[in-house]
Design a protein around this ligand. Sequence first.
Ligand code: AMP
Length: 190
Amino acid sequence: MKLIFLGPPGAGKGTQAQRIQENHGLVQLSTGDMLRAAVAAGTEVGKKAEEIMARGDLVPDDVVVSIISERTQQPDCAKGYILDGFPRNVAQAQALDKMLAERGESLDAVLELKVDPKILLSRIETRASETAGGPRADDNAEALKKRLDVYMAQTAPLIEYYGKKDILKSVDGMKSIDEVTAEIEAALKL
Ligand code: AMP
């Protein structure tokens, strides 16, 4: 099964993807986590991405598309995966469609976590205080505002993009973590 989790920063995509990974053996592929690992390791990609990420902008499409293209071919992805934080714009979604078509594959579903934008700042503040090793460089009010603007302008149009393909499912992300997991499992018939 190949899934996308869609939603603004702080919607709970990572938390829920991790739970679906644990419960159903799908691999969570977070481009944000992979980029943060590249930054920490000081790779070429990491050096390119560090400043862009800290201010809340998107790193170039070709960088994330090639990361996802390579990662999804690893043996552990054979049973399926959850894309968490990718695609972030229509160009990335088109690149993903092309990549899957070339492999004779397709997406099973796109899951949108719907949340009230008003709660996002407090969720991000909670995450910043709970992250082992200190808060992420972009978990602060200024970068969050930028990330939300980027989400609205570039990522939210994907709701229509996948809606038209008839694979979009929306879940209320304002409920408790357990309730949201249960709703996701029901929506995806897991
Ligand atoms: P996330 O952990 O998903 O919130 O991502 C953190 C940051 O990594 C984003 O604000 C972007 O700078 C970068 N990033 C993650 N995924 C992507 C993507 N698909 N396209 C471009 N930039 C990304």
